[in-house]
Design a protein around this ligand. Structure first.
Ligand code: R5P
Length: 282
């Protein structure tokens, strides 16, 4: 059965459709002292596929509860993290800090036989799990909602790290070129700056591609830089539409056609499902 976390219920339903596995009933409560309780009252079958984005501390606790709730009834527990939180805290940036993603991975691995993570921030996160791990690249799904007939399309990454994603989306779209900006983030202030670049966007439709839009600082700066190059239409895409803080307003104020993310995080901007990509691994 597919066992949904409270923040991944639409994706879990799509995954049930894509795999033919039934959707388990779940219940979510919170006690007066703030503690959570996630139940799976009618679990049946051999395999539990727990699908839960861990985009908050509560979501982490809920995932551990869901795994434990099915542990005695399932022969195999597979954990799917559509979005893995804390993935950007993957090293000690200053003395005294934890490697937070390692702590999360260790806790999650205790309740599962296998883990799938959709587009983790760094694939190296797999080393922190004590169980088999696979990274699911769902970025090709971002090509599906794009309109046909983009004019001389340019698939543009806001930094070098997202170049492979931009290439994957271009390949799935079927035509176009790829390029990227050079980004620098001030770790103290979080401010993002991009170097002047030779990106050739004049008159062309541009698809910006990143793994995640969190505060929107990176995308806003990329859009601003891009408009200095006099592009045609600008489409903003990402796998994980976190859209925290003022990101929605930043993007709403930008001169762009649309913002499209996947349902790894269920938001108004989630316009395509990663369920078919996950289903290939199940
Ligand atoms: C950075 O390496 C990532 O790929 C994203 O560009 C970044 O995390 C987005 O964060 P924000 O929206 O806060 O700029």
């Amino acid at each position: 059965m597919i066992v949904p976390g409270s923040g991944s219920q639409s994706l879990a339903a799509s995954l049930a459709d894509a795999t033919g596995e039934p959707l388990a009933p779940v219940e979510f409560d919170r006690f007066a002292d703030g503690e959570l309780l996630a139940r799976v009252p009618g679990f049946e079958g051999d395999r539990a596929v727990v699908v839960a984005a861990t985009d908050s501390s509560d979501a982490h606790v809920e995932l551990l509860q869901l795994q434990d709730a099915v542990a005695d009834r399932a022969d195999e527990v597979v954990t799917v993290l559509p979005y893995m939180g804390y993935a950007r805290q993957d090293e000690r940036f200053r003395e005294g800090e934890p490697v937070s993603v390692r702590a999360m991975a260790r806790a999650i691995a205790t309740g599962t036989d296998r883990v799938l993570v959709v587009n983790p921030h760094e694939p190296g996160v797999g080393e922190f799990f004590d169980v088999p791990f696979e990274a699911v690249d769902a970025s090709a799904r971002l090509a599906e909602p794009l309109p046909e007939g983009l004019r001389e399309p340019l698939f543009l990454a806001p930094d070098g790290g997202a170049t492979d994603l931009a290439t994957t989306v271009r390949d799935a779209y079927g035509t176009g070129e790829t390029d990227h900006f050079e980004k620098h983030r001030d770790r103290e202030t979080g401010t993002v700056e991009m170097e002047p670049s030779e990106v050739d966007a004049a008159g062309r439709d541009v698809v910006l591609v990143d793994d995640i839009i969190a505060t929107g600082g990176t995308m806003s700066e990329a859009i601003a830089r891009l408009h200095g190059h006099d592009p045609g239409r600008v489409f903003v895409t990402c796998v994980h539409p976190m859209l925290a803080a003022s990101a929605r307003t930043r993007l709403a104020r930008a001169d762009i056609e649309a913002v499209c993310g996947t349902d790894t995080l269920e938001r108004a901007a989630s316009c395509v499902s990663v369920a078919p990509a996950i289903a290939e691994y199940l």
